[in-house]
Design a protein around this ligand. Sequence first.
Ligand SMILES: [Zn+2]
Length: 564
Amino acid sequence: MGYQALYRVWRPQRFDEIVGQKIITQTLKNALITQRISHAYLFTGPRGTGKTSAAKIFSKAVNCRNLKDGEPCNNCATCLAINEGSLNDVIEIDAASNNGVEEIRDIRDKAKYAPTQADYKVYIIDEVHMLSTGAFNALLKTLEEPPTNVIFILATTEPHKIPATIISRTQRFDFKRIKFSEILQRMEFILKEKQVQYDELALKVIAKAAEGGMRDALSILDQATSYGDGKVTYDNALMVTGSVTKKFLVDYFKQIQLKDTKEALLTVKKLLNDGKDPQRFIEDLTSYCQDILLYNQAPEMIEEEDLGMFDDDFKDLAQSISEDFIYQAIDIINETSQSMRFTDHPDVYLEVLTVKLTHLNKVEATNLSSASVDNSVIEQLENQVNELKQALETLQKKSNTISETPKPKPQKTTSKQHVKINLSGIYGVLDQATRKDLNYFINLWPELMNSLSVTQRALMHVSKPVAASDDGIIVAFDYSFLYQKVNDDIELMDALQNGLDRLTNRVPKIIFVPEDQWPAIRKQYLSNKQPNKEASGVESAPKSDIVAEAENLFGSEILEIKND
Ligand SMILES: [Zn+2]
């Protein structure tokens, strides 16, 4: 016999073996003992909580020749036949694949006939919410005039999709998520029976990942066992569940708290290198945030649920993080989780998320009153003031030497923030730009990105070349706050140019531009260039009017574009 999955081998054969649904199994046993059997049951609840197992045990018990205390004997001919799935009177139907009117009419027709071998015909319709409207109507007719000795057991994870008319004709049982501790005990029991060694912590990781479903728990346990050469180790449990060790999460949160973008990105990189699933990491992060909130508000709950899975590191961290910070983090994590579903590059989102999280307090601080502005913000403002002063001085000097040059037209920008844009540099590149150069750098880009450090790569991930000439590249940025950051990052610029030098043996200049402003800038450039062309008849004027104007006025310094 080949290998059989744990959840099959250890599928409960008696009501007493169903874990975590004591009230339901006791009620069903009482009904069997007192012979008050309903003709239709509805079993609802999350997956893997014992609905189908209970239905099968019930179908045995109701037909068993040696029923004892409401439990089937699992030994008589009927019980054995049902266990083998060979008794014609117990019919299992998966509504997910048999959801039409025809199938249900067929059941209705056949249900009229008396059971052939057993006392009761039992129809178990799994995933019953998948039935079509027509099929529900056909089922309703059957339930309204139930044939004698026929029992319907409808099982579903989504009871809200079942018509009220159906529900009202059934006896409903809501199966609960199985408690962490009960899943844990069941796994311990099975492993002891099988004489398999295990780390206690490994089982806790698995029990947590199963989220209240026994079938999931046993499937994960199966995998962890096969990885671990017969032993269930903590590392294998983490690997199989894709969970992140608590240590990782504590480190990551500390790095976020310290706004240490570089270290936080290294942590993410290590995770990804270890083969963790980014989506799973996001889930772990969310769950960790919730744990922190819960711990701060009701520590006794978390202690009970996780039986001391949280160590001193976690407690220290939880106490040092503000709730406000956690709520903001949860928002950002949720957003990322949403966008991640539609991408082939979840790792990129994870890195952007990390950059965002490590900038969380800064964003917060700039939005708040002066009382909470920290030093870095003051520093930023000082820098901006100095830049403005310099620009003003240059402007005054230049305008003294020029008398009749018309003023440049004000630029249109779409962003509400004001950002510095090196317009003259952009125009300089555009004057020489070709499609061929652009394609060349687009192809080169991934390789160039690989030459950067983790932090730099994360910043550059949301960038792309949008125009290029022989000696210049214009690079657009998706997020304006990242644009600001890279623009001030001299090391990054060095790294990019070194990379280009190594890859192409030349050092084209790189000019950044916020993506949302790029279309307007390009349009402005083209409309400025057009009349110049017509007037001079020269195909490529060395410099467009506006650049000449801008340079006359500002030199090749940075142009400040502001919104009004
Ligand atoms: Zn029996």
